[in-house]
Design a protein around this ligand. Structure first.
Ligand code: AMP
Length: 408
């Protein structure tokens, strides 16, 4: 099966070819035809399946015939990084269409976004908070919107964005095509779907399981030895780019610092960074200047880097969904990847849940010559100074807290 079966306009096929796509992925095969017919669609798919192109290609095809310079398609995304990535995909696939797109998110000045909007754009990729700012200030109008995409709906719900999404929907009262993508379908998202989508087609791709190209290993270890173990694993394992997940932004910062001190090319990606620092960390990871990126869940949401060989859960994620999302950063589009998870005594019930999910016992590993009985080193397992300790420990954003995603 090739992309020619979709009958996409030659200008768009040129973008497909230039992006190096040869064979459509399963989500593309199943979603592109109904989207091109104008149907609403629910895409149950995680990142790494090619879902972005699954909605971007039919949008580009449709918008070729629309009046230019007014917002005809809106893609809502939970984080700035994901918004930028989607915008990059739109630019790459739509290179020969002349359609203009812009990413809209908070944490940066309004000026550049205002200039782009005033100049006329066809496709807006936006995080909910800043999008609402523009809508309320009248600097962006959705009155000509033809296609609405709600991407990573479950994660937006997790981050407390559902009220914002509902407010955005109130600004689009006319009929339009609506596409909603989500890795899972919690009850609130099902309710939203029932209210907002008209007779949708549902497409489901490997909804609850990580890619089969990823192998999973558990490393039981005392909490105070996690960083020492991480350093040892990095020293002894042949890796490409490595993405390490911690539960809090403070540990992301601390672990990255400790890795740097041990001579690793490492950076952190977490909410204490400015937008510039976050972009520099991501760019450096993407171009290989940093080999290890230590991130929190929210900061790493939707990171699209194909060559991540290892995902290391320094801290166990707080749900099986979060595990799937993290692991989705490796083993992407058919590549092999490894997922290592450091586990302590407190993680027993999550291990059970993961084994149930994967329907197999997870391999427990011990590193040879590693002293598992060692006492803590001065900088190991150290808690952040008291003045920081009130920061929320989980990556969850409270409902109603309306600022653009990705501050963690
Ligand atoms: P996504 O799930 O949209 O985040 O896509 C994951 C990665 O797969 C991105 O780097 C895409 O550029 C890439 N990709 C998407 N579709 C294809 C395809 N048909 N063939 C090869 N790579 C693809």
């Amino acid at each position: 099966m090739s992309f020619s079966t979709f009958n996409l306009h030659p200008d768009i096929m040129a973008g497909v070819t230039a992006s190096g796509y040869v064979t459509p992925t399963p989500i593309q095969l199943q979603s592109i035809p109904p989207i091109m017919q104008g149907r609403d669609l629910i895409g149950l798919a995680q990142t790494g399946t090619g879902k972005t192109a699954a909605f971007v290609l039919p949008i580009l095809h449709r918008l070729r015939q629309s009046q230019r310079g007014r917002v005809s398609a809106l893609i809502i995304s939970p984080t700035r990084e994901l918004a930028e990535q989607i915008c990059d995909t739109v630019a790459a696939l739509g290179k020969h269409t002349g359609l203009k797109s812009v990413a809209i998110y908070g944490g940066v000045g309004m000026d550049q976004q205002l200039r782009a909007l005033r100049g006329g754009v066809d496709i807006v990729v936006a995080c909910p908070g800043r999008l609402l700012d523009h809508l309320w200030q009248g600097t962006l109008s959705l009155s000509n919107l033809e296609v609405l995409v709600i991407d990573e709906a479950d994660r937006m719900f997790d981050m407390g964005f559902l009220p914002d999404i509902r407010n955005i929907l109130k600004c689009i009262l006319h009929p339009r095509q609506t596409l909603l993508f989500s890795a899972t379908m919690p009850a609130d998202i099902r309710k939203l779907v029932a209210e907002v989508l008209q007779d949708p087609v549902t497409v489901q791709i490997g909804q609850t399981l990580p890619a089969t190209t990823v192998s999973h290993k558990l490393y039981p270890v005392g909490r105070h030895l996690k960083t020492t173990l991480l350093k040892e694993i990095l020293r002894k394992t042949t890796t490409g780019s490595v993405l390490v997940f911690t539960r809090t932004k403070h540990s992301a910062e601390r672990v990255a610092e400790q890795l740097k001190r041990a001579g690793h090319r490492a950076a952190s990606l977490q909410g204490n960074l400015s937008q510039y620092q976050r972009q520099a960390a991501l760019d450096g990871f993407r171009d290989g200047s940093y080999k290890v990126l230590v991130a929190t869940d929210v900061a790493a949401r939707g990171i699209d880097i194909l060559d991540i060989s290892h995902v290391i859960n320094y801290d166990m994620p707080d749900s099986t969904d979060a595990y799937i999302h993290r692991i989705g950063r490796t083993g992407r589009v058919g590549k092999a990847g490894e997922a290592f998870t450091f586990v302590t005594k407190e993680d027993a019930s999550m291990i059970n849940s993961l084994e149930r999910l994967l329907n197999a016992p997870l391999q427990r590993c011990k590193l040879d010559d590693f002293d598992y009985e060692k006492d803590a080193l001065p900088d190991e397992g150290r808690r952040p100074p008291r003045r920081f300790s009130r920061a929320p420990a989980s990556g969850r954003r409270r409902s109603g807290f309306r600022q653009t995603a990705g501050t963690r």
